[in-house]
Design a binder for this molecule. Structure first.
Ligand code: G3D
Ligand code: MG
Length: 181
């Protein structure tokens, strides 16, 4: 098979507790841990996906919980090629933070592909941010919108693979050298 391999740096940002680590762990290992402990420092995860016959390795940078205490370091963002901006549909405050997170990503990474993700949709009775509100904000940001559950695994794979395809298309469009090996 004449497969190419690419390596993209993906940032998963959003307020503490929205499910960034759970989504990342679910995507890269296929499991959900109720007892997830937030660690300090940055954690890296990687997984290779097949996007229309092209093998793409995503290296996912998880913030490790320090977003609760201080702004993330520029080093975290440096070289980021795509980002998931995550909020918790049961917590409006995390929804209100979305634009700040997008601003941070834009400041350090420029015009990279971003996907807005409303997580925890399994918590039906606790839901506070409506689907239409997510759609509306995503339109304003010019970003696609997904709703996910790291717990039930709904849309988790789809979100990361869609981001991989956007980064791939974006890199080709820009005519920039893709990082391959
Ligand atoms: P963070 O990395 O953004 O800080 P975590 O968030 O992944 O650590 O998740 C924070 C809490 O939300 C965890 O619960 C986790 O189990 C829960 N969680 C994450 N995603 C989902 C989801 O899709 N559905 C539900 N129901 N819960 C989710 P605890 O209790 O450990 O704080
Ligand atoms: Mg975390």
């Amino acid at each position: 098979m004449n497969y190419s391999k690419y390596n993209f740096k993906v940032l998963v940002v959003g307020d503490g507790g929205v499910g960034k680590t759970s989504l990342t762990v679910r995507f890269t290992t296929g499991s959900f841990r109720e007892d997830y402990l937030s660690t300090l420092g940055v954690n890296f995860y990687s997984k290779t996906v097949d996007v229309d016959g092209t093998l793409i390795k995503l290296t996912i940078w998880d913030t490790g919980g320090q977003e609760r205490f201080k702004p993330l370091l520029p080093n975290y963002f440096k070289g980021g090629q795509g980002s998931l901006v995550v909020f918790d549909v049961t917590n409006p405050e995390t929804f209100r933070s979305v634009e700040d997170w997008v601003e941070q990503v834009r400041r350090y990474c420029g015009d990279i592909p971003i996907i807005l993700v409303g997580n925890k949709i399994d918590l039906l009775s606790e839901r506070k941010v409506k689907h239409e509100e997510g759609v509306h904000l995503a339109e304003k940001l010019g970003a696609p919108y997904f709703e996910s559950s790291a717990k039930t695994n709904e849309k988790v794979y789809d979100v990361f693979v869609f981001l991989a395809s956007l980064i791939f298309k974006y890199s080709v469009k820009k005519g920039s050298e893709l990082r391959s090996w």
